[in-house]
Design a protein around this ligand. Structure first.
Ligand code: NAD
Length: 473
């Protein structure tokens, strides 16, 4: 077990050390050691915000770490919040975890060092900026935010406050993805010419709310069997809309986004399929396979100069309105990347032609990786557990557990495997591809200054209005 260095101790609050000193007086160091946990003064305290699909998955790993103590949980909904507090308290066998409805109260606590944020994308910017400005180190979910402008704000505030940031792009912490990226980075496939990033298309009923909606719609004479066909001003829409449950703070849930009527099939997890709150399959996945594609290319801090996308969209005001199919062509210019040639990247969703995952194609071969497998032009590479040391001239960052890597970096104050500016750059091709699809034009992106060139209408889509009283940082 690593103990805190004096540099990292200085990051922790004075109040926490006073509390820790009190705790240590009650339980001796050897008693803590017997319990398999670090003394309180060596533990990183954490608050978790958002207990839907990803919150519990992340938190369960943090709970297993002997040098971490989850002390607070926040969720807008009563049931997930109660589940969070019970899970945490039963793990520790105490009643110490405090429950919060308002994340600002959790963030105001000086005795909390870190936060795990797993809320819908439309809330990322406000929460992350407030947490960073309060000097909390952040494990924040992908995509970094819902717009480019929001992402730029998060990067700025995180860097100004010198916090440690880990993005939930956990594929970087798996050996197969690192092996693929190292094969590319060490030139085994020659000069990279093309990259294919395969993502899902359509919509997936993560929230399990579609059957109930379709059952309601089945009562109509002209049966509608798809939420993408439900639009305002129709009997189907009127059936889909309801009053929010009495104990659900819908106004806060919508937060900075445009107020819309409550529709259950747009809330729990399925907020992804509505551009008011999420970014569809493209933005849900770009922080995974797009992130890995950039890692292999060494493009963590750069981006494409030209982006051209086409997509199939439901009506813009449809209940689920995010693209069901899309194809985005990105051009990474050699003058910008420092490569000896331009690189073309295709990001495709719901395409029969491009497999899920990341595939790099070079002058001497290719390599493909996905959660479901690994393949390459050279079958020797497939057999390797890792790139042999003799060929591993460029060694990529090694993290064997993504949340563990965050805690280690909180202690050492070294960058994590997916710091905030990497999360920003990994998702830019998705954001810009979406803007290209929505405007129907090729986007020319100034990589250095991060502006869209000569296109005022497209530039407007880099941001979005915030609903009062919310104000973007
Ligand atoms: N890294 C991954 O593999 C992965 C997988 C799934 C989701 N995610 C990301 O995690 C985030 C959450 O996604 P999810 O699928 O868990 O969503 P979800 O809808 O299942 O859960 C979100 C939770 O946040 C709560 N919430 C919403 N607004 C809040 C607020 N203002 N204050 C406090 N709580 C609030 C909701 O009540 C809900 O319980 C998203 O950014 C998503 O992209 C990442």
């Amino acid at each position: 077990m690593t103990t805190l260095t004096s540099a990292s101790q200085s990051q922790l609050s004075r109040r926490r050390f006073i509390e820790a000193a009190g705790a240590a007086a009650i339980l001796s160091r050897s008693a803590f050691a017997r319990a398999g946990r670090a003394p309180a003064s060596d533990r990183i305290t954490m608050g978790v915000i958002g207990w839907g699909m990803m919150g519990p998955a992340n938190t369960k790993v943090f709970l297993e770490q002997p040098d971490c103590q989850v002390v607070a949980a926040c969720d807008l909904e009563k049931e997930p919040l109660a589940d969070a507090v019970n899970t945490i308290n039963s793990h520790y066998g105490n009643q110490d975890c405090r429950a919060y409805h308002d994340y600002r109260e959790l963030l105001a606590r000086d005795d909390i060092d870190t936060v795990m944020i797993a809320v819908p994308d439309h809330w990322h910017e406000l929460m992350a900026c407030e947490a960073a400005s309060r000097k909390k180190d952040i494990y924040g979910e992908k995509p970094l935010a819902r717009t480019v402008r929001e992402q730029q704000g998060i990067v700025r505030v995180a860097e100004a406050n010198k916090i440690i940031w880990q993005t939930g792009s956990w594929q970087r912490s798996l050996p197969e993805f690192r092996k693929a990226a190292e094969i590319v980075r060490n030139g085994l496939i020659g000069d990279v010419i093309r990259v294919e990033v395969g993502l899902p298309g359509g919509h997936h009923d993560f929230g399990g709310t579609e059957p109930e909606l379709l059952a309601k719609l089945a009562t109509l004479p002209n049966k509608i069997t798809d939420p993408t066909l439900v639009v305002p001003g129709t009997p189907a829409w009127n059936l889909a809309v309801s009053a929010p449950p009495p104990d659900f703070d819908y106004d806060r849930w919508i937060g900075p986004s445009r107020m819309e009527p409550y529709i259950e099939a747009r809330i729990n997890k399925n907020w992804r399929w509505n551009y008011n709150t999420g970014g569809g399959q493209l933005m849900d996945w770009i922080g995974h396979h797009g992130d890995i594609a950039h890692w292999g290319l060494g493009f963590d801090l750069t981006g494409p100069s030209e982006i051209e996308g086409v997509g199939e969209f439901p009506a813009p005001d449809a209940l689920w309105n995010t693209a069901t199919k899309y194809n985005i062509e990105c051009l990474y210019k050699k003058e910008v990347t420092g490569y000896s040639n331009d690189v073309r990247m295709t990001i495709a969703g719901g395409s029969g032609a491009i497999n899920m995952g990341a595939k790099w194609i070079g002058t001497d071969g290719w390599v493909w990786v996905d959660r479901s497998g690994f393949d390459a032009s050279n079958q020797e590479w497939v057999k390797w557990e890792a790139v042999p040391d003799s060929l591993r001239k460029i060694k990529l960052y090694v993290s064997t557990e993504h949340r563990r890597n965050f805690l280690d970096c909180v202690k050492t104050r070294k960058p994590t495997i997916t710091p905030v500016e990497v999360a920003h750059h990994s998702t830019l091709p998705g954001h810009l591809g979406l803007i290209s699809m929505l405007t129907g034009r090729k986007i020319h992106w100034d990589v250095q200054h991060e502006v869209i060139l000569d296109d005022a209408a497209a530039s407007e889509l880099l941001t979005r209005p915030y609903r009062a009283p919310y104000v973007m940082v």
